[in-house]
Ligand binder design. Structure first.
Ligand code: AMP
Length: 544
C-alpha cells in the first residue's frame, strides 16, 4: 500500500521561495569585490535570481546545461546559483585556487556553456581563454561602472546581463533527482573528478545540516560562511541558511584575520564555518591585538583535523563553542560532527576535549562503517582502524561522465579514502588519508594525531607528519614544522614536548623546519608534494 502524501518535489527553488515569503526582509550582507559593503535581502535575491534564470533562458541555456561560476561568496554568487538551478540548469562552482590548467580542464570537462566570474579572475581567464572550448559567454559579476576592458568572449557586466529582463519567471518544474550542482574534487593525483548533486540531495542535505546536533542554524542567527561556495556547497550553508531565513554575511575575497574579525564584530555574527588555516589567522589576530569576540557563539571547523589548541583557544579563551566536522565533496559535504551526547556534558574538561578532537557522529542520512582490506567490517571499539565507507542520499554514486569508474561496493557503500576508528558511542576519528598512512613495523601510525599535538607547542604554527622509508621498520615518521613568526624551537624541544603525549613508537624519528607547508586548493596539507620534497632526507635512525 502506498502512502497518501503529496508529491512535492524537493527542489532548491522552493528554498528560496520560502526564504522570500517568510523572511523577505532578512539581510544578506557582502563585502563586495569592488570594495564597499553591500546589503540586500532574501526578497531581492529571490527577484534577481529569477532574472538570472530568465536572462540565461534568453541566452539559450536549457535544462541540464552547465553554467560555471568562478567567484567568492557574495550576494551575486547566491543569486546566480539559485537562478541557474531554478532554470533547471546546473551550477558548476569552480575553485579558483586550482592550477589554471585544471580550471580549463574542468570547465571543458563539464562543458560549461556560460561562466559567471568575479572581477578578480578576469586576468586568469583571459590567460586560459584559448583553451576554454565550450563557454559561449562570460558574465563578469559587477556593474557597468566597474566593468574592465576584456578580451573574454561576449563579456558582459552581470548587472547589464540581468537588466534586460524582468523577474516574471516560473521556476522549472523538475524531477527532484535532476542534476542541480556540480563541484570537482581537488584531485591531488590525477585530474579532478566531478561530483554532481541533485535537487533532492541538496534539499535533504540542507535539512540534515540544519538539525540541532548538526549545524543547528536558526532564524535569529547571523551566519558568516567563510568556507567558499566553491568548496562543496559552502558546507550546506547556501541551502540551510535560506531554509530558516538566517542573516548571511558573505566575506568576498578577504579571508585574513583582521577582515574576518571586522565582519564578525560589525555584523554581529553568531555562527561561522571555515577550515583550520582560516581560523588560525583569526586566532593569531585576536591574540596579537588582545581582542575579544563579543557576539560569536559557535564555529564549525572542518576540511582538515581541528587541533586541540584551536578548540582550547575558542572555547577556553573566547567562549565560542567548537563544532568539529568531517565531510567531503562527495558527501555534499557533511558526514559527521563531534557534538556531545547525553551524559557527556558533565565529563571533565580533558575528556570533553578528547571527544571534540574526534570527527564525530554521522548526521541522519549518513550510514558509516570501517572495513579492512578484505572489506570485512571492523569493530566499533575505538581501537580498530579501517577504511571508512559511507552510504546515503546525499553521497555520490559515481563521478561526472563515469570518471573513476564504479565507485560503490556491492552494498552501495562509497570508500571515502580515509582511515578511521569508530568508538562504542559512535564517534568516528580519522587517523589518516589511506594514501598518507604511515606503516611502521606493520602497524599504522596516525599522522593527524601527531600533527594535532605538535601544533600545541607554543612555537609551532603548522605541522605535517609524513612517512619516510626505513630499512628496519619500512616507514618512520618525519615531523615537518613551520614556526610562528619570531618564535624559535629546536627539534629536541619539540620531541620533548611530544614525549608522553603519544605512544613511544609513534615518536617522529626526526623534525625538519620549513618556511611553508604546501596546501591543496581546499586548504589541506599536500603530503604528496611534501614526500617529494623530503625524499632525499635521511632519518638519523635509518643508518642502524
Ligand atoms: P574535500 O572533498 O576537499 O572537502 O576533502 C575531503 C577530505 O578532507 C576528507 O576525506 C578528509 O580526508 C579530509 N577532512 C575533512 N574534514 C576533516 C576533519 N575534520 N578531520 C580530518 N580530515 C578531514
Amino acid at each position: 500500500m502506498r502512502g497518501l502524501m503529496q508529491d512535492w518535489s524537493l527542489l532548491t527553488s522552493k528554498i528560496l521561495d520560502h526564504a522570500a515569503l517568510y523572511y523577505g526582509d532578512r539581510e544578506i550582507v557582502s563585502r563586495s569585490i569592488e570594495g564597499p559593503m553591500h546589503r540586500t535581502t532574501y526578497s531581492e535575491i529571490h527577484s534577481r535570481a529569477r532574472r538570472v534564470a530568465k536572462a540565461l533562458a534568453r541566452e539559450g541555456v536549457r535544462e541540464g546545461d552547465r553554467v560555471g561560476t568562478l567567484a567568492w561568496n557574495s550576494w551575486r554568487h547566491l543569486e546566480a546559483w539559485y537562478g541557474i538551478a531554478g532554470l533547471g540548469a546546473v551550477y558548476h562552482t569552480i575553485n579558483p585556487r586550482l592550477f589554471p590548467e585544471q580550471i580549463a580542464y574542468i570547465a571543458n570537462h563539464a562543458e560549461d556553456k556560460l561562466l559567471f566570474t568575479d572581477l578578480t579572475f578576469v586576468p586568469l581567464l583571459e590567460k586560459i581563454a584559448s583553451h576554454l572550448t565550450s563557454i559561449e559567454r562570460f558574465v563578469v559579476m559587477t556593474d557597468a561602472a566597474h566593468m574592465p576592458k576584456t578580451s573574454l568572449k561576449k563579456a558582459m557586466a552581470y548587472e547589464d546581463f540581468i537588466a534586460g529582463v524582468d523577474d516574471d519567471f516560473d521556476w522549472a518544474t523538475l524531477d527532484e533527482n535532476a542534476a542541480c550542482g556540480l563541484c570537482y574534487t581537488s584531485g591531488t593525483t590525477g585530474n579532478p573528478k566531478g561530483v554532481l548533486y541533485s535537487h533532492r540531495s541538496n534539499v535533504l542535505h540542507g535539512l540534515a545540516a540544519n538539525s540541532a546536533d548538526a549545524l543547528g542554524l536558526r532564524n535569529r542567527d547571523t551566519i558568516l560562511p567563510i568556507v567558499p561556495m566553491f568548496h562543496a556547497n559552502a558546507w550546506a550553508i547556501a541551502f540551510a541558511a535560506p531554509m530558516i531565513g538566517a542573516k548571511l554575511v558573505m566575506p568576498g575575497m578577504k579571508l585574513d584575520g583582521p577582515s574576518v574579525y571586522e565582519l564578525i564584530e560589525t555584523e554581529k555574527v553568531t555562527f561561522s564555518a571555515a577550515v583550520p588555516t582560516v581560523w588560525l589567522m583569526l586566532l593569531q589576530h585576536l591574540e596579537q591585538n588582545n581582542l575579544k569576540l563579543s557576539t560569536l557563539k559557535r564555529v564549525a571547523i572542518g576540511g582538515s583535523a581541528c587541533p586541540q589548541s584551536m578548540i582550547e583557544a575558542f572555547e577556553g579563551k573566547y567562549g565560542v563553542e567548537v563544532c568539529h566536522a568531517w565531510g567531503m565533496t562527495e558527501m555534499s559535504p557533511i558526514g559527521t560532527l563531534a557534538m556531545m551526547k547525553a551524559g557527556m556534558e558533565d565529563l571533565p574538561h580533558a575528556e570533553r576535549i578528547k571527544i571534540k578532537l574526534k570527527q564525530g557522529r554521522p548526521i541522519f542520512t549518513v550510514e558509516m562503517k570501517i572495513v579492512d582490506d578484505d572489506n570485512k567490517e571492523q569493530p566499533r571499539d575505538g581501537k580498530a582502524f579501517g577504511r571508512l565507507k559511507v552510504r546515503g542520499p546525499a553521497i555520490a554514486s559515481g563521478y561526472m561522465k563515469g570518471e573513476g569508474g564504479q565507485v560503490l561496493d556491492a552494498e552501495g557503500f562509497f570508500d571515502t579514502g580515509d582511515v578511521a576508528t569508530i568508538d562504542p558511542d559512535g564517534f568516528m576519528q580519522i587517523t589518516d588519508r589511506a594514501k598518507d598512512v604511515i606503516k611502521s613495523g606493520g602497524e599504522w601510525i596516525s599522522s593527524i594525531e601527531i600533527e594535532n599535538f605538535a601544533v600545541g607547542h607554543p612555537a609551532v604554527a603548522e605541522a605535517a607528519v609524513i612517512g619516510l622509508p626505513h630499512p628496519k621498520w619500512d616507514e618512520r615518521p618525519l615531523l615537518v614544522c613551520v614556526l610562528k613568526k619570531g618564535a624559535s624551537a629546536t627539534a629536541a624541544d619539540i620531541l620533548a614536548y611530544l614525549d608522553g603525549k603519544i605512544a613511544k613508537w609513534w615518536m617522529p624519528d626526526d623534525v625538519a623546519f620549513v618556511d611553508e607547508i604546501p596546501h591543496t586548493a581546499t586548504g589541506k596539507i599536500q603530503k604528496v608534494t611534501l614526500r617529494e620534497q623530503f625524499k632525499a632526507h635521511k632519518l638519523p635512525t635509518a643508518a642502524e
